[in-house]
Design a protein around this ligand. Sequence first.
Ligand code: NDP
Ligand code: TDO
Length: 260
Amino acid sequence: MKSVLVTGANGQFGKSIEKIAVNYPQLNFVFATSSELDITSIESIEKKLFNESFSYLINCAAYTDVENSEKEPEKAYKVNADGVKNLALICKKQHTVLIHVSTDYVFDGEKGAPYLVTDVTNPINVYGASKLKGEQHIEYLMDSYFIVRTSWLYSEFGKNFYKTIFQKAKEGANLSVIDDQIGSPTHAGNLAEYILNLIIDQSKSYGIHHFTDGEILSWYGFAEKILKENGLADKVQLEKAKNYRTFARRPKYSVLEKHI
Ligand SMILES: NC(=O)C1=CN([C@@H]2O[C@H](COP(=O)(O)OP(=O)(O)OC[C@H]3O[C@@H](n4cnc5c(N)ncnc54)[C@H](OP(=O)(O)O)[C@@H]3O)[C@@H](O)[C@H]2O)C=CC1
Ligand SMILES: Cc1cn([C@H]2C[C@H](O)[C@@H](COP(=O)(O)OP(=O)(O)O[C@H]3O[C@@H](C)C(=O)[C@@H](O)[C@H]3O)O2)c(=O)[nH]c1=O
């Protein structure tokens, strides 16, 4: 039976994997939260991997606060770059395949068409730059890895745009959402299935993958969809934001092309 270690297990994506893990009885999962395994500490990782060896490590650990990354870049780099380097070094030593999740924010959004896995990266915010650095450590250090870039994740778990809009709408707040950033919302459960199937299929298509749900929307369009899905469209007012102020710049068009 293949054993799979999941790091960052308490986050949105870690919990999404845990939810569907029961459908994969042929895999033996170990879920490690940030307090059980801190990816920024070599000792912490080695402690977890001392007695047990894993065929795969799915890294869900990350610093995902896009806004705060601008104010405290060292926090983003510590986890998203240095922490990922630690995982790459140890996985290589232990012959564990690393499956790492990355982001559409590694691109600048200026292409105006869906990004291919071969397209040049050029992040325009600290979060994206720190995630790219993590990717580069893996590519430099390892041969057997998957870097799966995805975008605009949402689910019942953790903090995400879907839940924020739904919550605000339920409270009856009027919503103002930008329509000049375009991307592909992706259900975290679908990404979890994609990744677990790479394992089940014993895929050797190592390298960078793009996975999204395929629909192309603005954040405004996504908000509209969320309201409709929950029967709230007639109950709250949704307007296109003119000046929604943020610290971080975000790519204008960060759709990921799934097919090579
Ligand atoms: N959310 C999104 O829209 C998107 C996310 N991604 C990528 O997907 C992955 C999963 O994201 P998501 O689940 O949404 O993010 P979350 O922020 O929900 O989860 C991240 C998890 O990482 C944990 N963590 C933080 N620092 C460490 C550390 N040093 N050691 C171990 N664990 C740590 C956090 O722990 P704690 O619970 O203690 O805070 C948290 O549980 C990330 O790599 C992210 O960059 C890619 C595209 C879109
Ligand atoms: C909540 C809200 C956001 N917005 C804007 C702000 C921002 O430009 C955009 C998205 O808002 P958020 O801050 O929720 O999204 P953001 O944190 O930028 O989401 C990103 O997270 C990281 C982790 C990723 O990897 C990306 O793929 C992407 O999902 O929508 C509004 O215009 N109105 C609103 O009411």
